[in-house]
Design a protein around this ligand. Structure first.
Ligand code: FAD
Length: 498
């Protein structure tokens, strides 16, 4: 059984590619739980976010009747405007005008005057909106992974709480790799050529224009230099793109951007990953409180209290690992919605990603210390899961644990194991990400841009749009569908009750 340590939640539901490219005609299908995600507690309680806002209200309402009403209103506002919100936030190039609209939209979703909203961090927004501990913790799970902003920053922190409400969560039938296979088939059918195992050593810049690439001598291609007819798109992120373009070239073209690329920050949130092979699904302790938790494929271990959550954030920022470990985990039980991923003997994969500080400075150790502590961290995670789902260790057949160094070893672009595009901090947010259109003519970026890299394919969509606009070919009758339309149209057929 093979399980990727990376894309476990399939976010492709929001991609316009479903209708634009006819993804479903290429052997690609997704299935969902009625629950987008949930939080399962050590105290035996849970809190669930459903595609149906009334059901979300019921679950939140068990913790506080007021919170039930509030969350229903918030979710209805997001879902009722999903296409507009998704287009503004993800499937378009960042512009000042769009940023203004995003601010207004985000403040409206939470019913907060814009001036106040822009001075609030994520904690303040949740504390002034929700009264129950569970509601607050549930809505800060994804933002705490530093996906679209820093929850602790003023303004940006409040915005990132709203931005993280946009995700759809699903599983591709047969495994998420099916998406890459379908996209490759479409590309080949439309005349594309795929060259695998061909590392680029240099992007050739001639007279201020990117005109092609030099491949490494070991590249599995007879031709070692490839010339671009129209454009070169780099998916290598800031640092590796700088290496292959050359520092002198970038410095001469745009010294400020050179500095941004050279010192692009990717070391705030490091990922550690567990993949277990289990005999049967974990039986969550909170199933007695609300058995619906067993239908959720995406779950979070989200601290023991709101105070614990706030302490965890403080400890994270100061690199105090001992107070971070075991606080927040993103858990996937893939086969709850896709039984094709269960072996005939009943074995299945469960995964947990836990964010941790990258550096070991407090401990006086270097980054290679990750290799020394792997076994210890792995055992600690098993202990945590035994508490969340009694009997877990008994059901466990194998546990593969990946440190941030392991993830980086997999993928050189993932500096420090960071594959979603680097830190989302005040100086690396929305307009301050890498530009899709580079100042070198004919060169485009599709990684470390806005938004983050995920299976939702938004950066690829935007990079393709930028190139097509510049070539004057963006207006195509087939390239017109709206983000999330396909998903909302099809959701009743996609949901599996588990
Ligand atoms: C721990 C973790 C968990 C994640 N969980 C999820 C999730 O649940 N759901 C989700 O949707 N996403 C998730 N992601 C993000 C997901 O993995 C990324 O969105 C995805 O990998 C980005 O794909 P990409 O093809 O744009 O870039 P990458 O996967 O970074 O691809 C870049 C490619 O470039 C290659 N390369 C490097 N150097 C060169 C060179 N010089 N020349 C040519 N090629 C080169 C690399 O080998 C790599 O194959 C997760 C990531 C991590 C690290």
């Amino acid at each position: 059984m093979i399980s990727s340590p990376h894309a476990a939640i399939n976010f492709s539901g929001s991609a316009p590619a479903w209708d634009d490219l006819g993804l479903a005609d290429y052997g690609y299908s997704i299935v969902c739980s009625p629950i987008i995600f949930g939080v399962t507690g050590r105290d035996g309680k849970n809190c669930l976010v459903y595609y149906d806002a009334a059901k979300t209200a019921e679950s939140f309402g068990r913790h506080s009747a007021n919170d039930g009403e509030t969350v229903e209103k918030i979710e209805s506002r997001v879902v009722g405007n999903l296409a507009e919100f998704n287009e503004l936030l993800c499937y378009s190039l960042p512009t000042p005008d769009r940023l203004e609209k995003l601010w207004k939209f985000a403040a409206w979703v939470f019913d907060v005057p814009l001036d106040d909203f822009q001075t609030m961090n994520g904690f303040e927004l949740l504390e002034t909106t929700f009264e129950s501990d569970y509601a607050r913790r549930t809505l800060i799970t994804l933002p705490s992974l530093n996906l679209m902003g820093d929850v602790g920053s003023r303004g940006q922190g409040a915005a990132t709480i709203v931005f993280n409400l946009v995700y759809t969560s699903a599983q591709a039938v047969g495994g998420n790799h099916s998406l890459a296979h379908a996209m490759t088939r479409i590309f080949l059918e439309d005349g594309g050529t795929v060259l695998r195992n061909c590392p680029v050593e240099r992007i050739i810049v001639h007279n201020g224009r990117a005109i092609g690439v030099d491949l490494s001598p070991e590249a599995a291609s007879t031709e070692k230099t490839l010339y671009a007819r129209k454009a070169v798109i780099s998916n290598l992120g800031a640092r590796v793109t700088l290496d292959v373009v050359g520092e002198d070239v970038m410095k001469a073209v745009d010294a400020k951007l050179w500095a941004k690329m050279k010192y692009w920050k990717t070391d705030f949130r490091a990922s550690t990953m567990s993949n277990w092979i289990m005999r049967g699904h974990p039986r969550w302790k909170s199933a007695d409180y609300d058995p619906a938790i067993q239908k959720a494929h995406l779950l979070y271990r989200a601290w023991d209290s709101w105070e614990h959550c706030k302490e965890w954030h403080e400890a994270f920022a100061s690199g105090d690992r001992s107070r971070v470990i075991g606080g927040l985990g993103e858990i996937l039980d893939f086969s709850v919605v896709d039984p094709t991923q269960i072996s005939p003997e009943g074995y299945l994969a469960v995964r947990c990603e836990e964010a941790m500080p990258l550096h070991w400075r407090r401990e006086g150790k270097g980054l290679d210390h990750w290799d020394d502590v792997k076994e210890e961290l792995k055992a600690q995670r098993d202990d945590l899961f035994e508490e969340l789902a009694p009997g877990f260790k008994e059901q466990m057949l194998d546990h593969a644990y990946y440190t941030p160094l392991d993830l980086w070893r997999y993928n050189p672009v993932a500096v420090y194991g960071q594959v979603i595009g680097g830190d989302f901090s005040e100086d690396q947010w929305y307009l301050d990400r890498m530009p899709y259109r580079m100042p070198v003519q004919g060169l485009y970026m599709s990684n470390n841009v806005w938004p983050l890299a995920l299976s939702w394919m938004a950066p690829g969509y935007n990079a393709a749009s930028a190139v097509a606009e510049d070539l004057g070919i963006r207006n195509q009758p087939w390239w017109s569908s709206r983000s999330g339309d396909w998903f909302l149209r099809n959701i009743p057929k996609l949901i599996r009750e588990g």
